[in-house]
Write a protein that binds this ligand. Structure first.
Ligand code: F0G
Length: 458
């Protein structure tokens, strides 16, 4: 008999899973003003709000914490991380930051000026936030097929090279701050970007003389998809693939809270020392000295170790396999989910789930609320709420995309937990016709409003 696939780790430490009654959850979500970020973690049974900083560290990561060197400058932990970054990404110059958005802040302080354009593939909300905060414009050049949630395509995270070239051709070179490509493309559903596409982007960057950076939060998952889906890569290791991916870029930002499996941390990688030196000044102002940048020595050690563990093929197969397991269960129940399934999350299509609720009533957020009430599962809205208002017209940006993201923390939940999640969503699906109204906003911040928004039921 063929032996089944098993997780390449076992569990040494556990923490409780909290249960609650429907009445309690009804009260809690109303007290939280229907904002998932306002719930206390004990009010949540299965927390799929994010896969960011929520992973379980390994015994090796915990052990290197004890070896952390807390010297202000030149700590051995810094050199451990520098070596790991060079080995895994190929970038010789790097700056540690406390998380991904801090890396964006430092890098964009060097590159982005008012009125600039930053083309890329569905910029993540903090990336978009940092660009728009500087009165620059993120230009989304994602392939059209990404907005068709049912069509199978191996690389729905790709940049449409024609759209990108159009932006580069029609605008003076000085107006293009840089190209930024997110791997995997979180906003488009955790979809990968192919090696051929990265090569094509490099070609355009060279042709038009612009810099090209990778937002690399889930680069290892992207490499796994290249290995399993792109011709010519099946026999290459994840690390070989990662090195090739990074070889096409001038640098990278990294939220290490994802694929480096740490609870906090990030960094920026650079190929040229000029950008590195310019960014170093901002790093010192915003983050800390260039050899710690917002991280403790122990955290840099854990991050260095996590870069190796996060690029292990067996680990990635079990991690992406679990996402596939949840997605397949939900599909079996007839629940409309984005396909193919992404690396880190399953995305439910709220427009097909709750077609009776118009976009003005935030159907994806309304569905998040129902899923929470049904079984204490916390997901997050990727839709009109997260899209913010247009900075110029202040109108809501209706993209027609209304998704509920169920993001799976790394090495935290078992497949039994995934069975529970699928059953909860199925129960909501069975009573979907009884959900008649959505939500309205009571108060909101001018930017990144979904984190603090207060809402009420219509
Ligand atoms: N880039 C991508 C693609 C991300 O997904 C995130 C964070 C960031 C940058 C910012 O990194 O949180 O370390 O400052 N994504 C989390 C999420 C918050 O839930 O998807 P950060």
């Amino acid at each position: 008999m063929e032996l089944p696939f098993i997780e390449p780790y076992k569990i040494k430490m556990v923490e409780p899973v909290y249960t609650s009654t429907r009445d309690q959850r009804e009260k809690w979500i109303s007290d939280a003003r229907f904002n998932m970020f306002n719930l206390k973690s004990e009010q949540v049974t299965i927390d799929l709000l994010t896969d960011s900083g929520t992973g379980a560290m390994s015994d090796r990561q915990w052990s290197v914490l004890m070896l952390g060197d807390e010297s202000y400058a030149g700590a051995s932990s810094y050199y451990n991380l520098k070596n790991a970054v060079a080995e895994i990404t190929g970038f010789k110059y790097f700056l540690p930051t406390h998380q991904g958005r801090a890396a964006e802040n430092v890098l964009f302080s060097v590159l982005v000026r008012e009125g600039d354009l930053v083309p890329g593939n569905s910029h993540f909300d903090t990336t978009k936030g940092h660009i728009e905060f500087r009165k620059a414009i993120p230009v989304d050049c994602t392939v059209d097929i990404a907005s068709d949630f049912t069509k199978w395509d191996p690389f729905k995270g790709n940049v449409d090279l024609d759209k990108l070239e159009d932006v580069l051709k029609k605008n003076p070179r000085e107006k293009i701050a840089c190209i930024i490509v997110t791997i995997t493309n979180n906003t488009a559903g955790g979809q990968p970007v192919s090696m051929a596409n990265l090569r094509g982007i490099r070609g355009l960057a060279d042709k038009y003389g612009v810099k090209f950076f990778l937002d690399s939060a889930r680069f290892a998952e992207n490499a796994w998809f290249i290995k399993t889906r792109e011709e010519g890569y099946a026999d290459k290791t994840i690390r070989e693939i990662a090195l090739e991916m990074f070889s096409y870029a001038d640098g990278m930002t990294m939220s290490a809270k994802k694929d480096a499996i740490v609870n906090m941390g990030g960094f920026i990688g650079f190929r040229d020392d000029e950008t590195f030196r310019n960014a170093s000044t901002y790093n010192i102002i915003y983050e800390g000295f260039i050899t710690y940048g917002g991280m403790s020595g122990r955290d840099m050690n854990a991050l260095a170790q996590g870069l190796y563990e996060g690029t292990d093929y067996e680990f990635l197969s079990s991690r992406i396999g679990q996402t596939d397991y949840l997605g397949s269960k939900m599909k079996e129940y007839g629940i409309p989910v984005l396909e193919p399934f992404g690396g880190h999350a399953i995305f439910i299509d709220a427009k097909r789930f709750l077609p009776q609720i118009p976009d003005e009533e935030f159907p994806a957020q309304a569905l998040c609320v129902e899923i929470y009430i049904e079984g204490g599962i916390r997901g997050t809205e990727i839709g009109t709420l997260m899209a913010d208002r247009d900075p110029v017209t202040r109108e809501n940006r209706f993209s027609g995309k209304e998704l509920v993201r169920l993001a799976i923390p790394r090495r935290v939940y078992t497949d039994n937990h995934m069975d529970y999640v699928a059953a909860v969503v199925k129960n909501v699906f069975d009573r979907k016709d009884s959900i008649k109204k959505g939500l309205r906003i009571v108060s909101e911040a001018p930017i990144l409003r979904h984190f603090t928004v207060e809402m009420e039921r219509i």
